[in-house]
Design a protein around this ligand. Structure first.
Ligand code: G6P
Length: 606
């Protein structure tokens, strides 16, 4: 996490640095800072909290340098206070960093012995002192930086500038993404192309192990051994328009309401709507003989994967091994010969998912990635990219990216079922038809938010909230609990309804809210029995269901009605109520809906 920018410009760059940082705030928002070189001297401004605090500080105390670096932070080492905010600098060098220097303790000990006084608790400060020490030994700035890189273990994206040379910036990548932007006599550095979109569309992505010498006239890229290497320059399609809230109170609410539209775009990419057939890209693997799919992802994306497992196993009879990427990457899971591994990620940059992808790639698997950012590292390292067409998602808690991931997985399940002989032409038409109705039915749910406002008010008083779901609704229960937790900071847990009596039932007492996601399918009666057990112990049941005659006699405090839809599409439909419940609870709690505390949209550290 953390966002990095750098500009070697022709006039004062502070304004453009802040502009670029605004576009990177999704990576972290604990604190922010910029440093520029003016008259051979480095100077910086930093501020705790959101970027607007830094902008305010800069308007009172402007910086005029034409060369500068900037940073928006998501704290790993050291509290999110101004002292720990980047850039870290002395009179010679300034550094911004994204990632974790894993051997920082060892380096810190070594540098302290040499007499360097550490002012912060950050791992990044070791980079500053390493480079400075190399300068003191008589090395030129470029060599000083290169030598310092060889001492670092862990993950980093770095931007380094030197007081002595205002036509120089060093960039280095080992893990987190980094892009060089090429302008007319101006060179840029950014954590992604989106940050640089207002200035240039000509982008060169650094690969892992690359480092680069940036000057106004251009950039030279090297490998860790110092051998020059060439990386392609591409024309990025990242939009320079800043996404606005479009009249909604929060980005999250806008993104919830965009779902009917972006799901239409996404399914249209994988279906032939006129013919009522699936048109899935060739994955370069024989789906008919495929023995297993491995799915790995983090957070909300992992719950999309879990829904995918239910779909693929049921409709395509295709076994799925799924795990969160932070576990999967270290599990040393045996991989089948000619297997398919599928990774799901909004950003395409999540460090654990990337590591799981590389493990499977090294293990000879065919790699497919469902990603929202097409220029992301995951997209570039996969054999096949399956894009979600959700558009930029700004709210930190994922909503429209999640349902677009579900849409791609649903299309994949139909394609796999067809290829494996489990879905005939009639069934294919039925399932495709069901998917095409989702956007309209979702719009129906979104038309009336009153019940959710009402419920949100009630939930603000809760200490614990349970979410229950059975079968394919279980991952939606998990997602509902995650959303409520991250947005409203109320403790919430999602459980498989059948597990209730193996533990969570002990939490039920008078008035504990229990949100039950229960489509009117073949498992409905069983879920209703679990609800009865909750009701008998005084729990307040909130019933999310398309069942027309209520909860089969069970007393509920609120029935959030879902329109009648094909059971295949139920996870898509039920996603909307769980999103709206957490949104309205958070609004009533007064939390920061779009940027909840301690979270970041793109998690590029382990
Ligand atoms: C963070 C975000 C979540 C997201 C997860 C995975 O935790 O806050 O909303 O689901 O990362 O991110 P990815 O970009 O890989 O989907």
């Amino acid at each position: 996490m953390c966002g990095i920018v750098g500009i070697l410009g022709t006039e004062a760059v502070a304004g453009d640095l802040v502009e670029a940082l605004k576009r990177l705030e999704y990576r972290g928002y604990d604190s922010a800072g910029i440093a520029t070189i003016e008259g051979g001297k480095l100077d910086r401004r930093r501020a705790e909290g959101k970027l607007k605090n830094l902008a305010l500080r800069l308007s009172n105390q402007p910086l005029q340098g034409r060369t500068g670096i900037g940073h928006t932070r998501w704290a790993t080492h050291g509290k999110p206070v101004e002292r720990n905010a980047h850039p870290h600098m002395n009179d010679k060098v300034a550094v911004v960093h994204n990632g974790i220097i894993e051997n920082f303790r060892e380096l810190r000990g070594e540098l302290t012995k040499k007499g360097y006084a550490f002012e912060t608790e950050t791992d990044t400060e070791t980079v500053l002192h390493l480079v400075t020490d190399n300068l003191k030994q008589g090395l030129k700035p470029v060599e000083a930086a290169h030598k310092a890189l060889s001492r670092l273990r862990g993950a980093y994206a770095l931007g380094i500038i030197f007081a002595a040379d205002d036509d120089l910036m060093i960039a280095a990548r080992q893990g987190p993404p980094l892009a060089i932007g090429h302008g007319e006599g101006v060179t840029y550095l950014g954590s992604d192309a989106i940050a640089l979109a207002p200035f240039t569309s000509k982008i060169t992505y650094l690969e892992d192990g690359d480092w680069a010498v940036l000057r106004r006239s251009g950039a030279e890229i090297f490998d860790l051994a110092g051998k020059p290497i060439t990386r392609p320059t591409i024309v990025s399609t990242a939009s320079s328009l800043t996404v606005d809230k479009g009249g909604y109170r929060h980005f999250m609410l806008k993104e919830i309401h965009q779902q009917p539209e972006v799901i239409s775009h996404t399914i249209a990419n994988y279906l032939d709507l006129a013919a009522g057939t699936v048109e899935f890209p060739d994955l370069g693997i024989d789906l008919k003989t495929l023995s297993r799919v491995t799915i790995s992802a983090c957070g909300t994306a992992s719950y999309a994967g879990l829904v995918g497992k239910y779909w693929l196993e049921r409709y395509a009879r295709l076994p799925v091994d799924i795990d969160v990427a932070s576990e999967y990457r270290y599990r040393e899971a045996p991989l089948p010969e000619n297997g398919l591994a599928l990774f799901i990620s909004q950003s395409g940059e999540t460090a654990d998912t990337m590591a799981a992808l590389r493990y499977c790639k090294d293990g000879g698997q065919r790699i497919a990635a469902i990603v929202n950012v097409r220029t992301s590292t995951m997209a570039r390292e996969s054999h096949v990219v399956l894009p979600t067409l959700a558009g930029p998602e700004i709210g930190v808690a994922s909503t429209k990216a999640f349902t677009c991931q579900l849409s791609v997985l649903a299309c994949f399940a139909i394609a796999a079922g067809k290829a494996r002989g489990h879905i005939g032409p009639e069934k294919e038409r039925e399932l495709v038809q069901a998917l095409t109705q989702v956007p309209r039915l979702m719009s129906d749910i979104l038309r009336d938010e009153k019940p959710y406002e009402h419920l949100g008010h009630r939930l603000t008083k809760a200490r614990d909230v349970l979410y229950l779901g059975r079968g394919i609704s279980f991952p939606i229960a998990l997602e509902g609990a995650l959303k409520l937790k991250e947005l409203s900071y109320i403790h919430a847990e999602g459980y498989a309804a059948g597990e209730l009596k193996h533990g969570p039932i002990a939490l039920i007492e008078e008035g504990v809210p229990v949100i039950v996601v229960a489509p009117h399918d073949e498992l409905f009666e069983k879920t209703v029995s679990n609800m009865q057990e909750v009701a008998a112990r005084g729990g307040d049941i909130i019933f999310v269901s398309d069942a027309e005659d209520g909860a089969a006699g069970c007393k509920v405090i609120e029935h959030l009605h879902l329109p009648k839809a094909h059971p295949f599409t139920h996870p898509l439909m039920a996603s909307i109520p769980v999103q709206l419940i957490s949104y309205h609870t958070a609004v009533q709690m007064g939390t920061d809906v779009d940027q909840p505390r301690n979270l970041a949209k793109s998690v590029t550290v382990e």
